[in-house]
Design a protein around this ligand. Structure first.
Ligand code: NAD
Length: 312
C-alpha cells in the first residue's frame, strides 16, 4: 500500500504513522502536514529516518500539491484538521478552508487517481450532544461549534463523493482521545502544563460536561481496521464508553500530580458548550472485531508520567 497520510505531525496522525510503520514495514507512507501551531516534527522524530517514510510540508488546501502527492499513492487517510473548538469560535474561516475545502481537494485527488480507499478521520462531535443514550451511525448530524460543523461538512462531502463518483470513502467518528504528544491547548495537556508550572487550571462552567475518553493507540488500531476491512461507503463510530466529567478528569490529574483541589479555578463557560458526547461503537466491534485494549487507569497514569518528563 502507498499511503498519503495528512496531519501526521499532529497528535493522532503521528501515532497513526508510528502504528503503520511498526505493523506494515513494506508500506510506503507520505506524511503531508502544514505544520500549523498544532503540528510538531518532534512528534515524528523516532521514525523520521525510516526508508519508507517521507515528510512533505504543505497544505491540504493546496490543490496542485495534493494532486501531485496523490499521484504517488493509492490510499488517502485524512487526519489533518483545525481541531480546537475555542479557536473555531474566535475565527471559523480557517476551519472551513482546511476541514471542508482541504477535504474536498483530497477527495478530488482520490477520484482523479482512482484510489482504492479514502479514510476520513472524523469525530463524535458531529452528532452534537445528548444527555443520555448514545448516537449510532445513522443518527442525524447536529454540530454545535464551527469546528464540529466544518467536520460534519467534510463527512457529508465524503458521502456525496461516494454516491456521485463512486469514490471509495470510509469515515471514522471517534470520541475524545487521550495520550502522549498532544499540543497543550486541549484540556489534559493544557492542564498538566499549567499545574507543573505552579498555576491554577481554568475549568469551564462547573466542570460537569462529560466526555468519553479513548487512548490514542486504540483509536489508531480502529483507523487501521477501517482502512483494511471497513465496508466502502460506511461510517464507524469508535468509543470505549469511558465517560468522565471534566471535573473528574481534573481531579484525577491533581491526584496523580499530588496537588490540592484548590488549584482548580472555575471560569465562565464556553459559548454553546456541548454537555455530553456519546457514540455507540457496536458496529465496529461486531463487524470489524475492534476491541479497545488500553485500560483507562493505566493509560491515563502513563500519559501523565510522559507529560511530566516531556515539558519544554
Ligand atoms: P491536532 O490539532 O493535534 O493535529 C492536526 C494536524 O493537522 C497538525 O499537525 C496540523 O499541522 C495539521 N494541519 C492543520 N491544518 C492543515 C492543513 N491545512 N494542511 C495540512 N496539515 C494541516 O489534531 P488531532 O487531535 O490529532 O486530530 C486529528 C483528527 O482527528 C482531526 O480530524 C480531528 O477532528 C479528529 N479527532 C480528534 C480527536 C481528539 O480527541 N483529538 C477525537 C476524534 C477525532
Amino acid at each position: 500500500m502507498k499511503l498519503l497520510v495528512t496531519g501526521g505531525a499532529g497528535f493522532i496522525g503521528s501515532h497513526f504513522i508510528r502504528h503503520l510503520l511498526a505493523k506494515y514495514p513494506d508500506y510506503q507512507i507520505i506524511n503531508l502536514d502544514k505544520l500549523t501551531y498544532a503540528g510538531n516534527l518532534k512528534n515524528c522524530e523516532d521514525y523520521a529516518n525510516s526508508p519508507n517514510y517521507r515528510f512533505v510540508q504543505g497544505d491540504i488546501a493546496d490543490k496542485k500539491l495534493v494532486d501531485e502527492l496523490a499521484a504517488e499513492a493509492n490510499v488517502i487517510v485524512n487526519i489533518a484538521a483545525e481541531t480546537h473548538v475555542d479557536n473555531s469560535i474566535e475565527g471559523p474561516a480557517v476551519f472551513l478552508e482546511t476541514n471542508v475545502m482541504g477535504t474536498q481537494n483530497l477527495l478530488e485527488a482520490a477520484k482523479n487517481h482512482a484510489h482504492g480507499r479514502f479514510v476520513q478521520v472524523s469525530t463524535d462531535e458531529v452528532y452534537g450532544d445528548r444527555l443520555d443514550g448514545s448516537f449510532t451511525e445513522i443518527d442525524m448530524l447536529s454540530p454545535s461549534s464551527p469546528y464540529s460543523a466544518s467536520k460534519a461538512a467534510g463527512d457529508l462531502l465524503c458521502l456525496a463523493y461516494k454516491r456521485t463518483y463512486g469514490t471509495p470513502v470510509l469515515i471514522s467518528r471517534c470520541s475524545n482521545n487521550y495520550g502522549t504528544h498532544q499540543y497543550p491547548e486541549k484540556l489534559i495537556p493544557f492542564f498538566i502544563k499549567k499545574l507543573l508550572a505552579g498555576e491554577k487550571v481554568p475549568l469551564y462552567g462547573d466542570g460537569s460536561n462529560v466526555r468519553d475518553w479513548l487512548h490514542v493507540t486504540d483509536h489508531c488500531k480502529a483507523i487501521d481496521l477501517i482502512l483494511h476491512k471497513g465496508k466502502i461507503g460506511k461510517t464507524y463510530n469508535v468509543s470505549s464508553n469511558e465517560e468522565h466529567s471534566n471535573l473528574e478528569i481534573t481531579k484525577r490529574l491533581l491526584e496523580l500530580l499530588n496537588l490540592p483541589e484548590d488549584r482548580i479555578e472555575f471560569v465562565k463557560d464556553r459559548p454553546g458548550h456541548d454537555l455530553r458526547y456519546s457514540v455507540d461503537a457496536s458496529k465496529i466491534k461486531s463487524e470489524l472485531g475492534w476491541v479497545p485494549e488500553v485500560k483507562f487507569e493505566d493509560g491515563f497514569a502513563e500519559m501523565v508520567e510522559w507529560y511530566k518528563n516531556n515539558q519544554k
